[in-house]
Write a new protein. Structure first.
Length: 492
């Protein structure tokens, strides 16, 4: 059993809505169960349905559509899974969460609680009915033991029993599986343990349409979409190494789908391993001692909760700025994370300044008032958070206009924010000339990094994996033991 919780950003922070019934609707009109103040919504915009362990969402012929992880809801509805983000209207994001319910064992009945105690005649009658059954059971046991003895004697007294051809997949063994073991185990048909939300037991026929069980437990993979993360009761820190890679592949593909205008690219295991390096770096910043330091040289010592709290306060105006330019807000939220950890007036040794680390030339080109010699103690407009966010959104709009807005192009645009348009173009040309059959994607650059410029190998190769790592922890803080909502939910 699990509770279905919807979370959105309200005037006073994150608001949770428990969904108790078999349907729940939202929109702008009085017909909706939950009304949102969003001019982009229809009066009755969408409805979430729940039937046993299945949960799905249907768009009610709204004007602007309903999106799950950036993908438009299908005409017949789209299944919902733990961790999905539903986007409706201009700025309303709803996080889907499945919370496991611990079932209480039924209390033992007692005579004092209204139970009827059998009278002596009734008890005697029951005893007389049970006696033949007991005698029959004893007879069966004797006959069975005799048969086993005969078989053993025929085998020369050996007590060895042949192994069964079938195996029992124990999810508890997943902690000892390596990557090769994981790939081999995934061919199994049998799973065990408690069904997770989205499942109805271990029979594949009872899973939601289009999904298959995974013996490791944390992922259900659908053939037409990214791997879907399901609750495991573990934090990231408690997962095995193979589970962490699968978790990263699933979550990174969701990020790719959200930022990639309704579709995403598969995240190869080699890319997941690079993302993991930076994600583990963020995890190492999760500690009980709070350090909130934005001075140059000291900002990297901030603990992860302090970083996410800074990001939470910056999220509303970053989300507005990037929405206005038609760029997914997660791009802005996590550019600021990897550029400055959301420190508003950080300055690098080479001169770039502010939360989005603008040089003087780029800042001026995108509308900021800049001046020579500006610094944290003598700031210019690069240190003003809202103007800087608008300039960063305008810069990303220009980059996507040049590079493209598809699922393969957005990571390239993010990479060019760091390397510049010219540098990225030259490196991409070199990589594609090495093998024309390769896709025009950032992961192609990674695969051919030994042929590319030293600057790419030293710095740029890290940028996109670090972006994905920041997005994974920022959108799923509770998976890492941090009691905050997804950053993209803090719209006010």
């Amino acid at each position: 059993m699990f509770d279905l919780i919807l979370t959105y950003s309200g005037d006073d922070g994150a608001v949770e809505i428990p969904v108790d019934g078999d349907r729940f609707s939202f929109g702008r009109g009085s017909d909706a169960d939950q009304r949102f103040d969003d001019s982009g919504l229809s009066r009755l915009h969408a409805t979430i349905y729940r039937e046993d362990s299945r949960v799905w969402i249907v768009d009610e012929n709204s004007s602007n559509g309903t999106f799950v992880n950036g993908e438009k809801v299908e005409a017949g509805g789209t299944p919902l899974y733990d961790g999905d983000t539903v986007r409706i209207g201009h700025h309303t994001n709803i996080k889907v969460e499945f919370r496991k319910v611990e079932e209480e064992a039924p209390a033992e009945p007692s005579a004092d609680e209204g139970q009827t105690v059998a009278s002596a005649p009734e008890a005697e009658e029951r005893s007389s009915m049970l006696l033949p059954a007991i005698l029959l059971g004893v007879a069966v046991l004797v006959i069975g033991a005799s048969a086993i003895f005969v078989v053993l004697m025929m085998n020369g007294g050996s007590t060895e029993v042949a192994a069964s051809d079938s195996t029992y997949d124990d999810p508890g063994l997943s902690d000892t599986l390596g990557e090769d073991d994981t790939n081999e185990a995934s061919n199994g048909d049998n799973t065990s343990g408690t069904p997770a939300p989205g499942q109805s037991g271990t029979d594949p026929g009872l899973l939601p349409p289009g999904t298959t069980p995974d013996p490791l437990g944390p992922i259900i993979s659908g053939p037409d979409g990214p791997p879907r993360i399901i609750p495991t009761g573990k934090t990231y820190q408690q997962m095995s190494e193979s589970e962490k890679i699968q978790y990263i592949m699933g979550k990174a593909e969701i990020v790719s789908r959200v930022i990639g205008n309704s579709s995403g690219e598969a995240i190869p295991p080699a890319a997941a391993a690079k993302i993991k390096q930076f994600l583990d770096g963020y995890v190492s910043k999760i500690r009980s001692t709070r350090t909130n330091n934005c001075t140059m040289g000291g900002w990297q010592s901030s603990d992860m909760t302090s970083i996410l709290l800074r990001a939470r306060s910056n999220a509303p105006f970053i989300i507005r700025a990037f929405n206005e330019k038609g760029i997914d807000p997660q791009v802005g939220l996590y550019l600021a994370m990897i550029e400055s950890e959301h420190c508003e007036c950080l300055q690098s040794p080479t001169g770039p300044l502010g939360m989005f680390q603008f040089t003087q030339a780029t800042g001026k080109r995108y509308g900021l008032e800049v001046r020579s010699g500006a610094s944290p103690s003598n700031p210019d407009q690069r240190c003003e958070k809202e103007p800087a966010a608008k300039a960063a959104a305008a810069y990303m709009k220009a980059l996507t206009g040049r590079i493209g807005t598809g699922p393969l192009s957005i990571p390239l645009a993010i990479a060019s924010y760091n390397s510049g348009e010219g540098g990225l173009g030259k490196n991409l040309k070199t990589a594609l000339e090495a093998n024309e059959s390769q896709e025009r994607s950032f992961w192609t650059l990674v695969a051919n990094s030994d042929k590319l410029a030293e600057q790419f190998q030293r710095e740029n190769i890290k940028y996109v994996p670090k972006f994905f790592a920041a997005a994974i922890i920022g959108e799923n803080p509770r998976d890492f033991g941090i009691d905050l909502e997804s950053l993209s939910l803090y719209t006010r």
